[in-house]
Design a protein around this ligand. Structure first.
Ligand SMILES: Nc1ncnc2c1ncn2[C@@H]1O[C@H](COP(=O)(O)OP(=O)(O)O)[C@@H](O)[C@H]1O
Ligand SMILES: [Mg+2]
Length: 500
């Protein structure tokens, strides 16, 4: 069986590893934007091959597909979906695992996603307001209080500013920060012609984040184990938001801070969103879908955003634990035969993924790019971990160079978090910068201390949302507006946007 993977990063490398274990002994082909050494190797070792192509260009990808003639095409990232790559391939008759352009709107436009949840009254929705012009955004911001400001279009895991506004004496200074930031987003959103709303302002919530990924053929939904990503750049969740610095999973289907009731509620939300989405865009959803969630006092399971693909790095956590034929699951989804499919996982271990990135990421891509890196794979294997190649390119001189984002991921498992953590800390030492440019990673991911912190915070918000639920107040919250008083959210101008 021939499988063509579209995409260039760590998520695609993880997918290649999951796919190649299939008893169908697939030959793996890859269309990637740059020469990712990990993907190239998976392709070569399975007797497939690789192509350098602009993966967001439907015609370029169709050309590769026609040359390979694969039995299945798996689209990794969101950008090719946004550009209609899945649709172009399906039109040519290929069997494709990956959301269509219409369905991928759920990730591309955070305004569409939020609006959809309000229109269908789906649990876990937050108050929000969206803007097409700078002036009205800035005016709204003046009284918005404790909010999160986001680019309205998915911009690759960067650009969201969470501005905690709970100290009265800082309100004016924060207003300036918010206002400048709104201007900056409008400036950046000029690069995108495929979106009407530019800025999204939404209710800020607090709690514990987790990602619920599923595979779907449009009718059946197959949930994967929950994974927790760590979007902040630095230890203890400080620094700018990134595409994800690492993730933890297990043991089994749930991390220690989420209950099975919360998992079920989350899957219910995902189901309802997929149903509503397919109705709205009049298209079938085939591919991976994920809710990036937060357990909050407002709702319990609350939606931060959606992915129209597997989480990156969240999918990497599944590499050591999937026991089923993963290729078969993808293939069944692509051909609408997912009903009755099962995912078996090794429930006896936990997994920790850590990304390592060049200093400069995520705010200064130029500074973070072009640094030679060495990876001692033998050393990493000796401590029972695996390495995945992400934003790193093999050049003609035989050396790997950073491309400005998370360069390499290590994937470790253990019987418990202590063991997996110990291994991850050893494994990460085997990745070195060759020109002295510093690399950084998050030491705290998977640590006992951070885990204890998550459990404590989850218990705190759980007490609050359960009490609210008993009073029928789920989803309702009061906000404090400096100098104005306390209001229920809708009163301050957050509104239901019914523009879907
Ligand atoms: N409404 C919110 N309240 C609190 N934190 C939020 C909220 N929305 C986003 N965040 C934080 O910002 C991060 C990035 O936001 P997200 O919407 O996921 O954008 P991105 O597309 O950059 O991943 C989230 O992982 C979360 O930590
Ligand atoms: Mg996100």
């Amino acid at each position: 069986m021939k499988v063509l993977i579209i995409g260039s990063g760590g998520r695609e490398h993880a997918l290649a590893k999951l796919i190649r274990r299939s008893p169908r002994s697939p030959k793996i082909f890859v269309a990637m934007d740059y020469l990712n050494p990990g993907l190239a190797r998976e392709a070569e070792e399975t007797g497939g091959g690789w192509y350098i192509a602009k993966t967001t260009d439907p015609q370029a990808v169709v050309k590769v597909a026609e040359a390979v003639s694969p039995d299945l095409i798996v689209i990794g990232p969101e950008e090719p979906q946004f550009h209609g790559v899945s649709d172009a391939l399906r039109e040519k008759g290929f069997s494709v695992f990956g959301a269509s352009q219409g369905c991928a709107e759920i990730e591309k436009s955070k305004v569409f996603a939020r609006s959809l949840m309000w229109k269908y009254e789906i649990d876990g929705r937050l108050y929000f307001a969206a803007f097409k012009d700078v002036e009205s955004a800035k005016k709204f911001i003046e009284y918005a209080g404790d909010v999160v400001i986001k680019p309205a279009r998915q911009a690759g895991g960067k650009g969201v500013k969470v501005i905690r506004d709970t100290e009265a004496y800082l309100t004016n200074d924060r207003l300036e920060v918010k206002s400048n930031y709104v201007e900056k987003i409008f400036e950046e959103m000029k690069h995108y012609s495929d979106i009407d709303y530019k800025v999204l302002v939404e209710q800020r919530v607090e709690g514990v984040e987790y990602t619920a990924m599923v595979i779907t053929d449009g009718d059946t939904i197959l949930p994967l184990p929950l994974v927790q990503d760590h979007p902040h750049a630095f230890e203890f969740d400080i620094g700018p938001e990134t595409g994800g610095m690492g993730s933890i999973q297990g043991p089994g289907w749930l991390p220690p801070f989420i209950t099975s009731d919360e998992f079920n509620k989350t899957i219910k939300i995902v189901e309802r969103v997929l149903e509503a989405l397919q109705l709205e865009v009049r298209d079938r959803y085939i591919g991976a879908f994920a809710g990036q969630m937060m357990l909050t006092g407002v709702w319990g399971s609350t939606v931060i955003e959606f992915y129209s693909r597997f989480g990156d790095p969240e999918i990497s956590n599944l590499v050591p634990i999937v026991e089923s034929d993963f290729l078969e699951l993808l293939d069944r989804a692509a051909s609408r035969r997912l009903a009755g499919a099962k995912l078996e996982i090794d429930e006896s271990v936990v997994t920790i993924v850590k990304a390592i990135a060049p200093v400069g990421y995520p705010e200064n891509k130029d500074l973070a790019s072009g640094h030679p890196i060495a990876v001692n794979e033998v050393g990493i294997r000796e401590v029972d971990c695996e390495v995945l190649y992400a934003s790193i390119e093999l050049r003609a001189d035989g050396v790997m160079y950073t491309r400005g984002s998370r360069a390499v991921e290590i994937v470790c498992k253990g019987r418990d978090y202590e063991e997996a953590y110990r291994r991850s800390e050893l494994a990460i030492q085997h990745i070195k910068s060759l020109d002295g440019h510093p690399l950084f990673y998050r030491r705290d991911i998977g640590s006992q201390e951070l885990l204890a912190e998550r459990i404590r915070l989850a218990n705190k918000v759980r007490n609050v949302y359960l009490a609210k639920a008993r009073k029928g107040l789920l989803g309702k919250s009061l906000v404090w507006l400096p100098d104005r008083g306390i209001f229920e959210n809708p009163l301050i101008g957050f509104r239901e946007m019914r523009n879907v």
